[in-house]
Design a protein around this ligand. Structure first.
Ligand code: ZN
Length: 268
């Protein structure tokens, strides 16, 4: 178990770069990591010199999603009330704070971007991905739960593609994600960091208050189309899916399988 900070924060002039920093665990989003991420974002927002935030992951993968090992140890016995409270705070509200973050945000994605981290990356305004990145939300298939907590999928890839992703659990390649507009820019793996920084530096030249206002209007456009109501409604449905017989039957087996697959990929 590493004692390192699960989040690293760097300042690069007007840009704050925040890293998932658990590469030995494929950057699995533990409770501690999510709390630190929320703190780092609050600090970046409070600092008037910060113009743009980049959210990345150290190591081979952006992130494999929520920390299932921790989930199994700490939260598999949760009832409806406890799970609702935990997921509302750490999964739903933390995500929505990224969505509503007043300054521009860019996700820098390589390798795996799965489930919980797919949700986090898609809360950002823009995504720059390496050509080997892939995106997936397999939790309907593996755990019998109704996707992740924030149903961002139809808003970033269209309804039909979201149905295919969630019904099959299959991965979307970076190339496809770019072609359909979910990923803003593609870069070779070796150039991902530089390309993301270049885009952030370009945006940092834009007048900051105008940026804040245009982001507000663009997000409100989504809200007028029903975004806020739709994701709120899904959160309730998602909680219902955690209480089903299907979830109970599949979750422990699915969780063990997912943990084992993660370990075998790491060779541990
Ligand atoms: Zn959940």
């Amino acid at each position: 178990m590493s004692n390192e900070d699960p989040i690293l924060v760097e300042r690069l002039g007007p840009i704050t770069r925040i890293w998932h920093n658990r590469p030995e665990a494929r950057n699995a989003e533990s409770e501690a990591l999510l709390r630190r991420l929320d703190e780092a974002l609050t600090q970046a927002n409070d600092d008037p010199e910060v113009r743009v935030v980049i959210l990345g992951g150290k190591g081979e993968h952006f992130s494999a999603g929520h920390d299932l090992k921790e989930w199994k140890e700490k939260r598999s016995g949760f009832g409806v009330e406890e799970r609702w409270a935990f997921e509302e705070e750490c999964y739903f509200n933390y995500c929505m704070r990224i969505w509503h973050f007043p300054k521009p945000t860019i996700a820098q994605v390589q390798g795996a971007c799965i489930a919980g981290s797919f949700m986090v990356a898609n809360m950002c305004d823009l995504i720059v991905a390496s050509d080997d990145a892939f995106f997936a939300d397999p939790v309907v298939i593996t755990l019998g739960a109704a996707a992740v907590e924030v149903l961002i999928h139809p808003w970033v890839m269209g309804l039909r593609r979201a149905k295919e992703m969630l019904y099959t659990g299959e991965r979307m390649t970076a190339e496809e994600a770019h072609r359909i507009g979910m990923v803003s820019r593609l870069a070779p793996r070796a150039e991902l960091e530089a390309e993301t920084l270049k885009l952030a530096e370009r945006i940092a030249l834009t007048p900051p208050f105008a940026l804040k206002l245009i982001k507000r209007s663009l997000n409100r456009t989504a809200d007028i189309q029903g975004f806020g109501n739709a994701v709120n409604a899904h959160f309730d449905t998602h909680q219902l899916s955690h209480a089903t017989n299907e979830f109970r039957a599949l979750s422990l087996a699915g969780m063990d399988g997912a943990i084992a697959r993660g370990k075998s990929r790491l060779g541990t």
